[in-house]
Design a protein around this ligand. Structure first.
Ligand SMILES: Nc1ncnc2c1ncn2[C@@H]1O[C@H](COP(=O)(O)OP(=O)(O)OP(=O)(O)O)[C@@H](O)[C@H]1O
Ligand SMILES: [Mg+2]
Length: 347
């Protein structure tokens, strides 16, 4: 492919912090050499740097460039800077509690619980933020009805920070805000980790009582790196009540209890604890077995902080971007109850 063709592909990469202009127009393409593209950043701390690197790579792959390389150069220093940004925890200075919402395996309702817990805590009067750390499958924009909105970047004391979106009294941040709709995010390991850290460490969180971090499913490298570099105080583990889920919860718990990490687990949330049909709101069907969560909590020595029913309205409200915790139905009460116990537990 010629340099001109590559540049044409790069015109598809837009900088959300710069009025959506493309990177060619912004003069950010430093050089093109075969399948290697070097992006120039005027500042070390462009909060969207990792996102732009990922988006550039994705644009090249989509354009048919095999195994493209994207490097960066910081103009102020006039020296090539490899990936691996520098972060500090300054923007978390006024955040009292940072809690990871985790699970051993995917699809148990971790994001649903995180989003609803955030809304419920806000309803109880706490200052709350939520960072969606699931860089591979961000679901916070959809669940909060903030899809398609774009956070702005702001310079504060010489540092560029991303301003979180605010809705339902909660500050939300997700890599999903920087991706085109329906477009999968293509990351290599270290890039994913950096993008994730930016979503937490380069955000204007301000003063918060609680910052919840919706962790990606599983217990991989990205979790370890997150726990090592972000001062996550401890975890809330979400599970479903089946017998077979115990092993996954054990794995999730082991990650936090690993001697190199060593963070407390504040509690367990049993999601889909029972099924209540919409037409019979007073009935409870224990389709995954009764008291599975309580037994699990006891086995693992973790307090059971909440039990959330499986009800159609929880999924529907999630899909509609209006979390169930904001409503008046019994499922809202389950989340408010969880929020009250969670807040009490953390003092
Ligand atoms: N208590 C519930 N009642 C009804 N539907 C639920 C409940 N909890 C979660 N769901 C639905 O189940 C699906 C998966 O939930 P969610 O995305 O929160 O899981 P997750 O653990 O975050 O998944 P992932 O591992 O992909 O991040 C969603 O469609 C959600 O609306
Ligand atoms: Mg999720």
């Amino acid at each position: 492919m010629t340099e001109k063709e590559i540049l044409e592909l790069l015109r598809n990469v837009r900088h959300p912090g710069k009025g959506d202009k493309d990177i060619v127009e912004l003069g950010m393409v430093h050089s093109v050499d075969g399948s290697k593209v070097v992006l120039a950043f005027p500042k070390r701390r462009d909060p969207l740097a990792e996102y732009l690197i990922g988006a550039t790579r994705a644009a090249l792959i989509r354009g048919g460039v095999k195994d493209p390389k994207v490097e960066t150069v910081v103009l102020e220093e006039a020296a090539p800077k490899k990936k691996g940004m520098e972060f500090d925890t300054e923007c978390l200075r006024n955040v009292r509690h940072i809690v990871g919402v985790a699970s051993g395996k995917g699809g148990v309702g971790k994001s649903t619980v995180a989003v609803n817990l955030a809304c419920a805590l806000a309803r109880l009067g706490y200052r709350v933020g939520l960072a969606d750390a699931d860089v591979y499958g961000p679901s916070v924009p959809l669940m909060t009805g903030t899809e398609g909105m774009q956070p702005m970047a702001e310079e504060i004391d010489g540092r560029e920070l991303i301003v979180p979106l605010e809705k339902y009294g909660v500050k939300w941040m997700s890599i999903g805000y920087f991706a085109e709709r329906g477009q999968a995010l293509i990351w290599r390991g270290p890039m994913a980790t950096n993008a994730l850290k930016q979503m937490i460490l380069q955000v204007k969180w301000g003063t918060l009582d609680f910052l919840l971090v919706d962790m990606p499913p599983g217990t991989g490298d990205i979790h370890i790196s997150l726990l090592q570099e972000v001062p996550v105080e401890g975890a809330l583990i979400v599970t479903t009540p089946q017998e077979v889920a115990l092993a996954d919860v054990e794995k999730g718990a082991a990650m936090f209890r690993n001697p190199g990490i060593n963070r407390p687990i504040f509690g367990l949330v049993e999601n889909m604890a029972w099924f209540t049909p919409a037409e019979h709101p007073d009935e409870k069907y224990y389709i995954f077995g009764r008291d599975g969560g309580a037994r699990m909590a006891e086995d693992l020595g973790i307090e059971l902080l909440g039990r959330i029913p499986l009800v159609q309205s929880i999924r529907e409200s999630g899909d509609a971007g209006e979390p169930a915790a904001l409503g008046t139905r019994p499922d809202a009460a389950a989340f408010l109850d969880l929020a009250a116990r969670f807040a009490e537990k953390l003092g």
